[in-house]
Design a protein around this ligand. Structure first.
Ligand SMILES: NC(=O)CC[C@H](N)C(=O)O
Length: 327
C-alpha cells in the first residue's frame, strides 16, 4: 500500500505540486494585512497569491493569481544598487554604502547616528537605497529614473512604467524617508539635493511589473548577470554575486536571518507584497542540475517585518519540498 502511494506521488507533475503548494500557502494570507502606511498600497486585495518560476533552460511555471501588476517597492533596491555598481564601479559605490546587515526595520533611522562617519549599513534598507538613488547616472531625477528604466528594458524586454498613484501617495507621506535623506545629506552620504534623491528613490519604488517579469529579473541574477535567452551580459558576475549576497543577508528586512536559515535562497521583498528570488542550479526540480531559476511572487498581505505572509510560507515549502537551499 505504502509503495503504491509513493509511486503515485512521484507521478505528480511539478505543476500540480506547485498548484497544491500555492493553495496551501494561501491560508497564510489571513495572518497579514496590506501596507497601510502607503495609502495606495492599502487598496490591494489581501487574498491574492501568485507565483512564477522560470528556469535558465526554458521551463516555465505559473500558479495562483498571476495576472496582477504591482509596484516593486524595496525590490527596486537590488537593481538600483546593481546599476550604480555597473555605472560607477563597485569600489566607488561601497565608499557610500556598506554591506553589513542591521537586523533593524527597513526604515529605521537610529543606526545612522551610531555608525561613524554615517555611512548607511547596506543598500537593501531605505537609508542605503536613498544614498544609492543619489549615485545613479544622470543630471536630473528624470534622467536617473529613465536610465534605470532602460536597464530594466534589457532584462524584461519592455520599459516598465511608474505607477504615479503610488508615487504621489508615498511622496506625500514620506516624512521618515525625508528624515533619513536629510541625515545622509548632513553626513555627506547623499549626492545632490534631498528632494531630487527622494524623487528618484520613490519613483523606483513605484515601478510596476508582473510576476513573470519579476521572475525574469530573478533568473538573470541567478544566472550571474547573463540573460539566458538574449545571451547579453547585462551586468558582471561580480556584481551579481554581491547583489545575491546582500539579498541573502539583508533582503528580507529584519527577518533576513530566519529566512536564510529556513528557506536558504537569496530573495528580496517589497511592502507591496512582491518577492523576487534567485535560485542556484538545483537537481531536484527537473533532474537538470545545471538549470537555475528565477522566482517572481506576489501576495500583498504582509507581516510586521514587511514580507508577504503567504509568500514566505510558499517559498519555505518550495525550498523544503524541492530542496532548493544554497547550503
Ligand atoms: N520595504 C519597502 O518595500 C519600503 C519601500 C517604501 N517605498 C518605503 O520607502 O517605505
Amino acid at each position: 500500500m505504502n509503495n503504491i502511494q509513493n509511486e503515485s506521488i512521484e507521478f505528480i507533475s511539478i505543476q500540480e505540486q506547485l498548484d497544491q503548494f500555492v493553495l496551501d500557502a494561501k491560508k497564510n494570507t489571513t495572518s497579514g494585512a496590506t501596507a497601510s502606511y502607503i495609502p495606495a498600497l492599502k487598496k490591494a486585495n489581501p487574498e491574492h497569491l501568485g507565483i512564477c518560476l522560470i528556469s535558465s533552460q526554458g521551463t516555465f511555471l505559473k500558479s495562483g493569481d498571476t495576472d496582477h501588476c504591482f509596484t516593486l517597492q524595496s525590490i527596486s533596491k537590488v537593481f538600483s544598487f546593481i546599476f550604480a555598481c555597473h555605472t560607477r564601479g563597485i569600489d566607488e559605490v561601497l565608499q557610500y554604502v556598506d554591506v553589513e546587515p542591521t537586523g533593524d526595520a527597513f526604515n529605521s533611522i537610529f543606526r545612522l547616528e551610531l555608525s561613524h562617519p554615517g555611512r548607511p549599513f547596506n543598500p537593501m534598507i531605505n537609508a542605503g537605497a536613498i544614498t544609492v538613488a543619489s549615485l545613479l547616472p544622470g543630471h536630473s531625477p528624470l534622467d536617473k529614473v529613465e536610465a534605470l528604466l532602460s536597464f530594466f528594458e534589457k532584462m524584461i524586454g519592455r520599459k516598465p512604467s511608474i505607477n504615479m498613484d503610488v508615487f504621489h501617495s508615498e511622496w506625500q507621506t514620506a516624512n521618515r524617508n525625508r528624515a533619513l535623506a536629510y541625515w545622509l545629506k548632513e553626513t555627506g552620504f547623499l549626492l545632490g539635493g534631498v528632494e531630487d534623491a527622494m524623487e528618484v528613490y520613490l519613483k523606483l519604488c513605484s515601478i510596476e511589473v508582473n510576476i513573470v517579469e519579476l521572475a525574469q529579473m530573478g533568473l538573470i541574477l541567478a544566472h550571474d548577470g547573463l540573460h539566458p535567452y538574449t545571451n547579453e551580459q547585462i551586468f558582471s558576475m561580480e556584481i551579481a554575486s554581491l547583489a545575491k549576497t546582500l539579498m541573502l543577508t539583508c533582503g528580507m528586512y529584519d527577518y533576513s536571518g530566519r529566512f536564510a536559515a529556513f528557506v536558504g535562497i537569496p530573495a528580496k521583498s517589497g511592502v507591496s507584497g512582491g518577492i523576487m528570488a534567485a535560485i542556484p542550479p538545483s537537481a531536484r526540480v527537473t533532474n537538470n542540475r545545471f538549470a537555475c531559476w528565477g522566482v517572481g511572487l506576489y501576495g500583498p498581505a504582509i507581516d510586521k517585518h514587511g514580507n508577504s505572509t503567504a509568500g514566505v510560507a510558499l517559498l519555505k515549502r518550495l525550498s523544503q519540498e524541492w530542496d532548493l537551499r544554497l547550503i
